[in-house]
Design a protein around this ligand. Structure first.
Ligand code: ADP
Length: 739
């Protein structure tokens, strides 16, 4: 490998790398030189600079008022010096020179820009003047200088310093002494490397790391927050911090947690903050943050009048503050607030760090909320399954039973084990055929929900158990089918009861039909012997009438009268039984036409009684027209029959729309009915008067009721005794498609 020739300018460059803070080992490695050699070059370089300061000075040239003496031309080492000077001047990092007495000899352009000080004006001034607003930083620099005077050489240290825009910068300061021709230390050269960005990145990472750990270790927001606030404050030198949350119930927001350095005044201020609830608004600190969702910075609390707690904060020695929202996406869940004892200008980095923590906290809160919801819904589910007599089950994608809650065994007495891992149709159900199962299976394969699927399963301690299951398909987030879940219920008792009910119903229907038949046959067959009684009585009368005495004649009249009434009764009974046996299928009929026919039938009675019959517009109904006529005729005939002695009957036939049905009414101004008879009069042969008062058999209203009920309607009476009665009945409306 060819040995590189090092000219003075190149050596100066290498030395300046070191002055910029690059570690010695790295420089040596990169340029392939030995550390001893590097140190020798540095010594030579600094000695040359030192010499230039101690040599008799001339007024500085145009080019360098800053590095006086460095620009003299003509020296034997002038070339190297000029290179060094030019390099220093254009270095992007601040470089300065100081004499042993601590006074500045010069600085480069970058230094000028960094401190915002015109360098010519600063020559001869001390570090105390440079950091007049930060005496602590000045003292630290001075101490480092003194250390160097005692132990010449090089040293570096980190320091936070305020710069001209008021912001705080992290600096890495590198200083090295140089000696004069006599070998005495004459001054030092210093460089300042701004490591703020790196420091901040480290700090932010450390804070976020600490916060992440806290949030993962804590169960609740309340438990985590003091540590989170401390992580921020301690790392960045802020005095205290708080978390605020919206309290929907109190209709405002509250300070939930706080952390502060150990200071009773600050602790008192925080305690006061936690006492009340605040309303969101346009002023204040947290109020503004929650009102606008934006961070707010207050440089000087004392000057901010709208800040409600400002006075107390100032009293506690707090000067600056800022607050920012805790967000989850667009939603503002609360706010974080921090206070500093010194004046602090708005710092975007600090705000961003706070916002990042706010979002970490926001996610944590949301997670905790979701976990809470989940816990509550699980508890609900648990108590639901514990309290319900139903059981819960799950099936996988292959429809195999994967879970069955314990209620199943408790309710049915069946061990679920043989069913687990199997499909519903793998085990027999007594009520289902192959094709029933096929249909069910096809439904599951279509991933459809199903309801009340009934199965009769063999059971160890009963004949069988009836189960009803309902289920819904389960899909994951990607809409992939994951199986079924559902509930099941034991319907054995219901099924048994249904069986009993059906048997009773069948029995009832059978005996009803038998009765109908019996009534029909009986009334029909009774007519014949009755006719015989009638005709033989008449024969007796004709043949032996003149041989019989008065009493015998009277007795025979009784027989004829009884037979006539019996005939009437039998005919009525026959008519009654025919309502059920001879009825026609209902079909749409015009009620008005039916009424007109009835009026014709009743013409004689109407004329005789002087009755007037009025009516509403009557609708079309679905009915057996003969029976509807019978119904209306019975009611109107009764209205005429049960009229008052001194008043002509006034009868009105009405019809009104009552939703699904028509409600008819036949109203009269007759004698009325006492309420206790409202039900009785609809029974067969029940009547309230003697034959002499009002003739009749008491079957009319029974027929009316049977007709109405056959048409799926109801009939009832409303009446004021002595004033009149209204008989009402309903008929279902004609459904669409029936016309
Ligand atoms: P009948 O008319 O043959 O007596 P119904 O079954 O038609 O038999 O009537 C039963 C009873 O109801 C009647 O006896 C009468 O007392 C009473 N009733 C029926 N319609 C009216 C009415 N419009 N006004 C007063 N009472 C009535």
């Amino acid at each position: 490998m060819p040995v590189r020739q090092w000219d003075p300018a190149s050596k100066a460059k290498v030395v300046l790398e070191g002055l910029q803070g690059k570690p010695e080992t790295a420089i040596c490695k990169r340029h392939r030189i030995k550390p001893a050699e590097y140190r020798r070059w540095r010594k030579q370089f600094l000695a040359r600079i030192a010499r230039s300061f101690v040599s008799p000075r001339r007024p500085s040239t145009q080019r360098s008022a800053v590095l006086p003496g460095l620009a003299r031309a003509g020296d034997e080492s002038s070339k190297a010096l000029r290179v060094a000077q030019e390099l220093i001047e254009v270095l992007p990092i601040p470089v300065y020179f100081k004499a042993r007495d601590g006074k500045h000899l010069g600085a480069n352009k970058a230094w000028e820009a960094y401190f915002g000080v015109v360098r010519e004006s600063f020559i001869g001034k001390t570090v105390q003047e440079l950091f007049s607003n930060a005496p602590e930083a000045a003292a630290r620099h001075q101490a480092a200088d003194e250390e160097l005077w005692r132990n010449p050489g090089a040293r570096s240290y980190e320091l936070q310093v305020p710069v001209r825009d008021g912001s705080i910068r992290h600096t890495l300061n590198y200083k090295a002494t140089f000696t004069g021709a006599d070998g005495e230390v004459t001054g030092l050269i210093g460089t300042i490397i701004d490591i703020t960005e790196r420091k901040r990145a480290e700090q932010r990472q450390a804070i976020e790391h600490r916060v992440t750990r806290l949030l993962s270790e804590c169960e609740t927001v309340a438990a985590a927050m003091p540590g989170v606030l401390a992580a921020f404050c301690e790392s960045l030198g802020w005095a205290c911090g708080t978390r605020w949350s919206m309290d929907a119930k109190a209709g405002g927001f509250r300070c939930e947690e706080a952390w502060s350095i150990d200071d009773p005044e600050i602790a008192a201020f925080l305690a006061a903050s936690r006492e009340s609830t605040y309303q969101p608004g346009q002023a204040g600190l947290v109020r503004r943050v929650l009102g606008t969702g934006q961070p707010v910075w207050i440089v000087d609390i004392a000057a901010e009048e709208s800040f409600l707690r400002g006075k107390q904060a100032a009293k506690a020695g707090l000067r600056s503050a800022f607050a920012l929202p805790i967000r989850l996406g667009e939603q503002v869940l609360g706010a974080l607030e921090f206070f500093h004892r010194d004046e602090r200008l708005p710092d975007e980095w600090l705000l961003n760090t706070g916002v990042a923590i706010g979002s970490q906290v926001g996610h944590f809160m949301a997670r905790k909320q979701a976990e809470g919801e989940l816990r509550r819904s699980e508890a609900r589910f648990r108590s639901l399954t514990a309290l319900s007599s139903d059981w819960y089950w799950e099936q996988d994608e292959q429809f195999r039973l994967t879970f069955m809650s314990s209620r199943f065994a408790e309710r049915t007495g069946i061990d679920p084990a043989p069913y687990l891992g199997r499909r519903r149709w793998d085990r027999p159900a007594l009520n289902l055929t192959e094709s029933d199962w096929e249909r069910h299976r096809a439904q599951l394969e279509r991933h459809e929900p199903f309801f009340d699927f009934e199965m009769e399963r063999a059971s160890p301690d009963a004949d069988s158990v009836w189960l009803s299951v309902s289920g819904e398909p389960v899909f994951d987030e990607d809409r992939r089918f994951r199986g079924y879940r559902g509930v099941g219920t034991d319907i054995t008792e219901r099924k048994r009861a249904q069986g009993v009910l059906r048997a009773a119903y069948d029995e009832l229907a059978r005996s009803n039909a038998e009765l109908q038949q019996f009534a029909y046959v009986a009334s029909h067959d009774l007519q014949e012997p009755l006719r015989m009684i009638g005709s033989y009585t008449q024969l007796l009368e004709r043949r032996y009438g003149d041989k019989l005495d008065r009493d015998a004649h009277e007795f025979m009249d009784f027989i004829v009268d009884g037979a006539t009434r019996m005939k009437q009764l039998i005919e009525d009974l026959l008519a009654y039984s025919r309502v059920g046996t001879r009825g026609k299928e209902p079909q749409p009929v015009h009620a008005q036409t039916v009424l007109d026919k009835v009026r014709v039938n009743l013409r004689a009675a109407v004329e005789q009684s002087g009755a007037t019959i009025t009516h509403d517009r009557l609708p079309d109904v679905n009915a057996d027209d003969t029976q509807l006529a019978q119904l209306l005729q019975n009611l109107i005939a009764n209205a005429i029959k049960f009229r008052k002695k001194d008043e002509a009957p006034r009868i009105h036939v009405g019809a009104e729309d009552a939703g699904d049905e028509w409600r008819f009414a036949v109203a009269d101004n007759g004698i009325g009915i006492e309420p206790q008879y409202f039900d009785r009069i609809f029974m067969v042969f029940q009547r309230l008067h003697t034959q002499d008062e009002y003739p009749g058999t008491g079957i009319g209203l029974a027929i009316c009721r049977k007709v109405v009920e056959r048409h799926r309607g109801r009939i009832w009476v409303e009446s004021a005794y002595g004033k009149g009665s209204t008989f009402r009945f309903t008929l279902p409306k004609i459904q669409k498609g029936e016309t």
